[in-house]
Ligand binder design. Structure first.
Ligand SMILES: [Zn+2]
Ligand SMILES: [Zn+2]
Ligand SMILES: [Zn+2]
Length: 416
């Protein structure tokens, strides 16, 4: 079967194709314009909308292979087809035709219809490489309309109390989804500059929104502020004395989300598939083999294996697991199917750290904290990990890059 590797991005060595690599490569498929998926590659394979969004988010020249959705095309002697991923505006999955074999790479995706993203589509594939950000059964999202009702009620009640409602959602994708959700609610959204900039690009492609205004510090009364999570506790928001802040994120399903994000409320509107939809997707694609990445990748792969689907996480821990499993199978030894225990002494939080923090292993402060975290129960080290003392350059990282698909709070909420 097609060889699939993971080295800070998915790599198909037989075809020399990278899928959403973190580092600059010769040629890469870029699924969407979130900052954890883009890098200054020489050549990119993208959807038209992603190409446009990427131009505004990443300076520099590059060769763009812009492909339409749903049409088989040949790029560098490889047959590909992009399919809408439903994650954000322009987000694409990559379907690879390799001889008589097929592979589907989802990038970030969701199956629920979004108001500002194309509806996801799929095809059956031999190999499915999927994101599993919310790969634990506890991440089942309530119906979207119910969540939107709660958000609208939160805004109305806050304004009625003479306060300013602030909704936090990342500037590309989530903010526009929030904006669409407020349509018809009789509210006036006021957009943070970064949100405004992205929203204008959507409009260039014909997306319609309700009436909104750009942020004006002297005119916030009666408005609904839509800001990126990084604005929380910023001078901009601190200057508004009477406000209520709500985080809009799938992680709101966690009971302690309000404390982690330091907000007044949290609502689970997500651009990612929830656990049920992850399972459903595997049923729809009917792959012979699944590779998982992001979030609870190892846990979800294990769930699939327990249900008879061959599945492996594209993480270091899981590769070890795979090796041991193969070893166990080959030697019929008594290791059986539980080599999983090996990485259990490390809190799950540590599997997914900010990409800048990958150098953390060499950081004596972080190493000390890692040892401390290992000595504690998994549920207790969230604060340790995300606490300001974890990474001395944390705020700089958040400002410059972002933290990738954290299963828990990343502090900035920039979970794209
Ligand atoms: Zn960091
Ligand atoms: Zn994303
Ligand atoms: Zn992502």
């Amino acid at each position: 079967m097609i060889d699939v590797r993971y080295e800070r991005g998915v790599y198909l060595p037989q075809h020399d194709l990278w899928l959403d690599p973190w580092d600059a490569k010769g040629c890469a498929f870029v699924s969407h314009a979130h900052s954890d998926h883009i890098a200054p590659h020489n050549e990119i394979i993208v959807s038209e909308r992603t190409a446009r969004l990427m131009q505004s988010r990443l300076a520099g020249e590059r060769i763009e292979h812009v492909l339409p959705f749903g049409e088989r095309r040949t790029v560098r002697r490889l047959d590909l087809m992009l399919l809408p991923a439903g994650h954000i505006f322009g987000s694409a999955q990559c379907f690879v035709f390799a001889g008589d074999e097929t592979l589907l790479y989802t990038g970030d995706f969701k199956l629920r219809p979004g108001k500002s993203a194309e509806q996801a589509e799929w095809h059956k594939a031999d190999t499915l490489v999927m994101e599993t950000t919310f790969g634990l059964p506890r991440y089942r999202f309530p119906p979207t309309e119910q969540v939107i009702d709660q958000i609208v009620t939160f805004c109305r009640e806050t304004i009625d109390d003479g306060q300013v409602p602030v909704l936090l959602g990342y500037s590309l994708g989530k903010a526009q989804e929030i904006l669409c959700s407020l349509k018809g609610a009789g509210l006036t959204p006021m957009l943070h500059g970064s949100v405004y900039q992205m929203t204008r690009i959507y409009e260039q492609f014909g997306q319609l929104f309700c009436k909104y205004v750009r942020y004006n510090a002297n005119d916030v009364a009666g408005k609904v502020l839509i800001c990126p999570p990084s604005a929380n506790r910023s001078r901009m928001l601190e200057s508004i004395p009477r406000k209520r802040v709500a985080m809009i994120s799938g992680w709101a399903v966690d009971a302690n989300a309000v404390y982690r994000y330091q907000v007044d409320a949290a609502f689970p509107l997500s651009d990612h598939a929830d656990y049920n939809d992850l399972v459903r997707y595997v049923d729809l694609v009917q792959p012979r083999r699944v590779f998982t990445l992001h979030g609870f990748a190892a846990e979800f792969a294990r769930d699939l294996r327990e249900h008879g689907v061959e599945a492996w996480a594209l993480t270091k821990e899981n590769q070890l697991e795979l090796q041991l499993e193969t070893l166990a199978r080959d030697s019929r030894s008594s290791i059986g199917s539980s080599p999983i225990g090996l990485d259990r002494d490390i809190c799950q939080c540590w599997r997914n750290h900010c990409r800048d923090c990958r150098k953390v292993g060499k950081n004596p402060l972080a190493c000390k904290l890692l040892a401390e975290a290992r000595s504690k129960a998994a549920s207790h080290c969230g604060d340790l990990f995300y606490g300001p003392r974890f990474c001395p350059e944390r705020s700089a990282h958040i400002a410059n890059r972002r933290i990738d698909h954290l299963p828990r709070d990343d502090g900035s909420g920039e979970i794209e």
